[in-house]
Design a protein around this ligand. Structure first.
Ligand code: ZN
Length: 311
């Protein structure tokens, strides 16, 4: 049976790419580890943020739709995306969010305190202190390993059929049930980051895709062999799964789970060092080989992103 270590990446739709960079890099202190284009639509960016090394379990990716309409967070989507911060760093983050006029509130779930806030385009985010997970050594914009986001803590799923979604987490992806509290049912995987999925079982409106919403959530497979096994296993459970797609930095398969959330299974290798040195990750626009001869045209159609520090 397939047992994922946890979340590989989460991909969301947002607005202006400079605003996206300034928030995730400038305020949240994540590293832009890859600047590329949407492989299905090379006229638009695909931006990858993560820890200092761009490790699986730390990667938040964005499709900026400059003129996109606002989506609605609801069932059939990931609700909040949670990031893990080091123990004792919550006061630092409260101060930092406050200094940047980011409104937040504090919520307790399963005995853990979450700082909950939205990004500039309405995406729901959370910070929670976690002991597990390697510290990130990315020094950009005043970050330090004592406070820097380590990667994902987990995510909240808003399923249109929570029973089906929870069944798949357990018997399809190898998560273990880890308790129930109010409207939430918690699942845990073996990894150190991105290892907690909370399914929100409350009734709510259906989500609508657009800016400020998550497009899909990807779970980790350790290699292609494990991914191929997982694919057969999930097909056998009655899901329609895409063939393996080469995403250059990982191999991907996609399927709609029965609660209408788009799931992906992505391989850990080869990772983000396949086409850039560690010291220069994210600095250049990286294109898949088939678009290399259209580079000038593609670059002209993209808004330039200034990799600036913010106050
Ligand atoms: Zn993906």
């Amino acid at each position: 049976m397939f047992k994922t270590k946890g979340i590989h990446h989460i991909s969301a739709i947002v607005g202006n790419p400079q605003e996206n960079f300034d928030f995730y890099s400038g305020i949240l202190g994540l590293r832009l580890v890859k600047k590329t284009v949407n492989f299905e639509d090379p006229g638009a960016y695909h931006l990858y943020f993560g820890n200092d090394k761009g490790s699986p379990g730390t990667i938040m990716t964005f499709f900026p739709w400059v003129k996109g309409f606002r989506g609605r967070v609801g069932t059939g989507q990931v609700g909040a995306t949670s990031f893990a911060i080091p123990q004792g760093s919550m006061p630092f983050w409260e101060k930092r969010l406050h200094a940047n006029q980011v409104l937040f509130n504090k919520r307790v779930r399963f005995g853990e305190t979450y700082l909950s806030f939205d990004d500039p385009h309405g995406l729901q985010l959370e910070l929670v202190e976690r002991e597990e997970g390697a510290r990130s050594e990315w020094p950009f914009n005043g970050g330090s390993p004592e406070t820097a986001i380590k990667g994902f803590a987990g995510a909240v799923l808003l399923s249109s059929s929570p029973g089906h979604t929870m069944g798949l987490l357990r018997s399809g992806l190898g998560f273990e049930a880890a308790g129930k509290e109010g409207n939430y049912v918690r699942y845990r995987s073996e990894g150190e980051l991105g290892n907690i999925i909370d399914v929100d079982v409350s009734e709510r409106e259906r989500g609508r895709m657009g800016t400020g919403t998550v497009h899909h959530i990807a779970f980790r497979a350790q290699d292609s062999a494990e991914q191929i096994e997982a694919r057969a296993f999930i097909i056998n459970k009655g899901y329609t799964v895409t063939p393996v797609k080469n995403r250059k930095y990982f191999q991907a398969i996609y399927f709609k789970e029965h609660g209408d959330i788009l799931f992906e299974i992505a391989t850990d290798p080869p990772g983000f060092l396949i086409d850039e040195e560690l010291d220069h990750l994210g600095e250049s626009l990286m294109l898949p080989d088939e678009y290399e001869d259209k580079r000038e045209e593609i670059e002209a159609s993209l808004i330039e992103i200034r990799m600036r520090e913010t106050e």
